[in-house]
Design a protein around this ligand. Structure first.
Ligand code: SF4
Length: 235
């Protein structure tokens, strides 16, 4: 009979890369696949809970409006080493559309309205398109406080597909060696729920982020390419 720690015990399969980390710091993503804990403050936890409830509501609405919609669509690819669930896929006359839904604070909503999609939202949608080998996608961003929505249509961008593939490859290499990569310091560190793994004190964190505010991943970021603001989720 196998006992704990015996040679018969099957080694646990490595965690797969979660699509939501496509546009994140490499060190953070490696911590995630290695199972490091996070320190989530009450405000972020409340926002996450509100976001989950709104997600379910949004998906129900989609199912009511689009006869050919599927929600929580599993996406798993062994070559990429990616596993996750797309919010929705809608079968349209021009082929399937991936729908990614995000809820944000009012401040973020106003920034997105002015400057276009956030990098992390964009990268996640591009990952779905690249891994799922689909051409069209819609990003729906909702302001949590009011329910106002912004919709962006886009297509698979091969430059982004290649960038994401390179980053996922780096994560897998570090995961296999069980080592953490160097920090990718930016202002994003100020909102990171694993910052204690990178800085000794909040003062160190603030100083580093002020000295190096721009995120400079390797390889360098492609430009966020063509997207169109839209009224409907699929056209
Ligand atoms: S604190 Fe900064 S460098 Fe460290 S994991 Fe978070 S985002 Fe990455």
């Amino acid at each position: 009979m196998p006992v704990a720690g015996s040679p018969n015990k099957k080694p646990r399969a490595p965690r797969r890369f979660p699509p939501s980390l496509a546009g994140h710091c490499l060190r953070y993503a490696v911590m995630e696949v290695l199972g490091f804990g996070r320190l989530i403050d009450p405000e972020s936890r409340a926002a996450m809970q509100a976001g989950t409830a709104l997600h379910k509501q949004f998906q129900q609405q989609l199912l009511g409006v689009y006869a050919m919609a599927q929600v929580e669509v599993a996406l798993k690819d062994d070559n990429w080493g990616v596993s996750g669930r797309m919010d929705a896929v809608i079968e349209a006359p021009d082929g399937p559309w991936v729908v990614e839904y995000k809820t944000v604070s009012s401040e973020r909503f106003n920034t997105i309205q002015q400057n276009g999609p956030m990098l992390s939202h964009w990268a996640q949608l591009q990952l779905y398109l690249a891994v799922g080998r689909m051409e069209r996608g819609a990003l729906v961003v909702e302001e949590r406080a009011t329910g106002r929505q912004l919709i962006f249509h886009t297509r698979l961008d091969p430059e982004w597909g290649a960038w994401i593939e390179a980053r996922v490859g780096q994560v897998k290499t570090f995961q296999a060696s069980r080592k953490l990569p160097e920090r990718e310091v930016s202002v994003g560190c100020l909102h990171c729920d694993r910052w204690q793994r990178c800085f000794r004190t909040e003062a160190d964190l603030a100083q580093a982020a002020a000295a190096h505010p721009e995120w400079e991943p390797v390889p360098g970021l492609p430009r966020i390419g063509a997207y169109q603001p839209a009224e409907d989720i699929v056209s």
